[in-house]
Design a protein around this ligand. Structure first.
Ligand SMILES: Nc1ncnc2c1ncn2[C@@H]1O[C@H](COP(=O)(O)OP(=O)(O)OP(=O)(O)O)[C@@H](O)[C@H]1O
Ligand SMILES: [Mg+2]
Length: 352
């Protein structure tokens, strides 16, 4: 396949990634990733801390060279045709490329100059983007005084200066409050409505669900699952019921008592004395049954509740079935990650 097409000539997928590898010394950050993103669609790359999301984004945006495999953006190879790739992509990164001592407006204008716009054109474009991203009031203040949400918006605005057609957003909403997150989702949807192709990384299943056409779950540098949000949730099997056991010595009993109600094996976390079961789509029925069963056995619980699967749950379910993982699907798995992700195998997993 030729790796360089004049603008507009490529009519294959917007992003093609084959067997991509990247190591940092002993750390194999990418261990053979394959992806395809159709033009005008949104792919969410979902994974916990250290999964390789940022590394993948850096390779695809020409900031890092891969050790193996290849990646084409609109038919242009990210290594051999890096300058041509840079012309058509936009990147809003995890460590925002904002210069803090400059104002929001100056940041965007500089980006315009980097994209070879004239001074006047840069100024005009900055005005447009500041408006679009609701930053007009703050435009002439130094960016160091911006809130987290404003910084993300500015970073995204700056990445739009060159009118890219393929976007990479690395965890665009991590650390944002719920309102800013929803605002960011709105902006992202507008980009897509304008026909852009988007590759978005996130640690939140909910976000992937909201925004994506396709989801790829990666862990330790490998794709462990791919499909639509519904596909993945069906694999997880609907809702999750979770509770803490007050008397730790009864943790094992509790798991036995709820086992008949669970799809698959109950997950027991020794450290936190918590039990989790997957209950499919039976909703509150399964909650009532759980309470009755535990009551009947005289087991006292706390924080009992039902919820949609979180990334933790998805992850536990997916990695539990990964052959290389070694351990069985988690009947008694004592080490789980906190809200920042899951540590499916704490001994081998590289944390950032
Ligand atoms: N420059 C580097 N030097 C050494 N190791 C690195 C470097 N960049 C990344 N790594 C390692 O590569 C692995 C993947 O890191 P990466 O930043 O891609 O993960 P991530 O999925 O983006 O995580 P997070 O959700 O925390 O942003 C980690 O083990 C990380 O420590
Ligand atoms: Mg990252």
């Amino acid at each position: 396949m030729n790796d360089h097409y004049p603008a507009g000539r490529w009519d294959g997928p917007a992003i093609i990634v084959e067997g991509l590898q990247k190591s940092f010394g002993e750390v194999h950050a990418l261990r053979g990733i394959d992806l395809v993103v159709e033009r005008g669609s949104v792919l969410c790359v979902l994974g916990p801390n250290g999964a390789g999301k940022t590394t993948a984004v850096k390779v695809l945006t020409t900031l890092l060279e891969p050790d193996g495999g290849r990646a084409l953006i609109e038919g242009r190879d990210v290594v051999r045709s890096a300058p041509a790739v840079r012309e058509i992509i936009g990147l809003a990164g995890q460590s925002a490329a904002i210069q803090e001592e400059l104002t929001g407006r100056e940041n965007i204008e500089i980006m315009g100059r980097l994209h070879h716009l004239s001074k006047g054109e840069s100024r005009r474009r900055a005005g447009e983007l500041l408006e679009l991203f609701d930053l007009v009031d703050a435009a002439d203040r130094p960016a160091k005084g911006y809130s987290g949400g404003m910084t993300r918006r500015l970073d995204l605005a700056a990445s739009l200066v060159g009118r890219p057609t393929v976007f990479f957003l690395d965890e665009p909403t991590t650390g944002l409050d719920p309102r800013s997150r929803i605002g960011m989702w709105g902006i992202i949807r507008e980009l897509v409505a304008d026909g852009a192709t988007l590759l978005l990384t996130t640690q939140y299943l909910e976000e992937a669900d909201e925004l994506s056409d396709e989801i790829v779950v990666i862990d330790r540098g490998k794709v462990i699952a791919a499909g639509t949000g519904d596909n993945l949730k069906n694999r997880i099997g609907g809702d999750v019921v979770q509770f803490g056991v007050v008397d730790r010595t009864r943790l094992g009993d509790a798991a036995e008592v709820v086992r008949p109600l669970a799809e698959g094996e109950p997950t027991v976390e020794e450290e936190t004395a918590r039990v989790t079961i997957r209950v499919g789509s039976r909703g509150s029925d399964s909650l009532v049954q759980t309470v009755r069963a535990l009551d009947g056995a005289g087991i006292h619980t706390e924080h009992l509740g039902i919820h949609r699967p979180s990334l933790d749950d998805v992850f536990l379910a997916l990695t539990g079935h990964t052959p290389e993982d070694g351990t069985r699907p988690s009947r008694s798995r004592s080490r789980r990650g906190r809200r920042d992700g899951v540590v499916p195998d704490a001994t081998t997993r590289q944390r950032t």
